[in-house]
Design a protein around this ligand. Structure first.
Ligand code: PRT
Ligand code: ZN
Length: 226
């Protein structure tokens, strides 16, 4: 795959919590985006940039493999993928260009409300359901606790009620989802925001120049939002 001398490729989430804010930020930076709802690729009309619209989980890998030049993604997904790729002996290099002012959330452990809980040691020997097995495993190791981790891609919050797990480790923003499922937040294991990342081996002069032009605009938009 020849990535020299071509349009800058930016990976963004196709539809989800980061899509609107990522697109709005780029639009505020002056990009005229020609969005056709179902298309994988959206061309930027006034700059040599293409947007690749994908699942958020695919964004870190696309950047780390050098298939996309930049990507907007949550640090939670970035760190999880990065840990997994280290274990799989795959490349996991990237550069963070900016920490953004959206997509804020925390990855937390929650247990049933009626449970007595005083410290992380109470989780010893328990089963925890999560979509973030690597981040959870790192946290448990650092705290010297042994648990069984059940990997679920969705509906994590119903796992305790369904008898699949004693506790969960999931993203929280307002806490309403935990509350609605009879759970309480007991440990925050990771705080996340959306970030803009760049692939490590980007060397094309034109593309680097374009990024140099974009970055002050992004910083400017974020300052104006403060
Ligand atoms: O389809 P695709 O795979 O691209 O999307 P997705 O469904 O995997 O991700 P999406 O769109 O839900 O979230 C994308 C990113 O937004 C996450 O990786 C986080 O970085 C960030 N983010 C910020 C959140 C939340 N806040 C959040 N609250 N992601 C998910 N949630 C969910 C959480 O999983 C739980 O189900 O919202 C619920 C909790 O919210 P509260 O407000 O009830 O606490
Ligand atoms: Zn996802």
């Amino acid at each position: 795959l020849n990535t020299e001398n071509q349009r800058l490729r930016i990976a963004i989430q196709k539809s989800g919590r980061l899509s609107q804010d990522s697109q709005a930020l780029l639009t505020s930076c002056g990009l005229k985006i020609n969005l056709r709802e179902q298309r994988l690729i959206a061309h930027v009309e006034n700059m040599d940039i293409d947007l690749l619209r994908v699942r958020d989980d695919d964004i870190p890998g696309l950047v780390m493999d050098g298939v996309c030049d930049l990507g907007f993604v949550g640090e939670n997904v970035l760190e999880e993928v990065s840990l997994q790729r280290q274990l799989d002996n795959e490349t996991y290099d990237y550069t963070v260009l900016a920490r953004l002012d959206f997509g804020g959330c925390r990855l937390s452990i929650a247990v049933p409300q009626e449970e007595n809980y005083s410290s992380v040691k109470d989780l010893e020997g328990r089963t925890i359901a999560t979509t973030y097995p690597r981040l959870l495993n790192r946290y448990l190791k650092q705290n010297g606790v042994n648990c069984r981790i059940v990997n679920l891609k969705g509906s994590v919050e119903v796992a305790p009620r369904a008898g699949l797990a004693d506790a969960i480790c999931d993203l929280v923003s307002t806490g309403a989802t935990l509350e609605a499922n009879g759970l309480k937040e007991v440990e925050v294991i990771y705080r996340s925001k959306a970030v803009l990342i760049q692939r490590r081996d980007l060397a094309d002069e034109k593309q680097l120049k374009l990024i140099k032009k974009l970055m002050p605009r992004i910083q400017g938009v974020m300052q104006a939002n403060e």
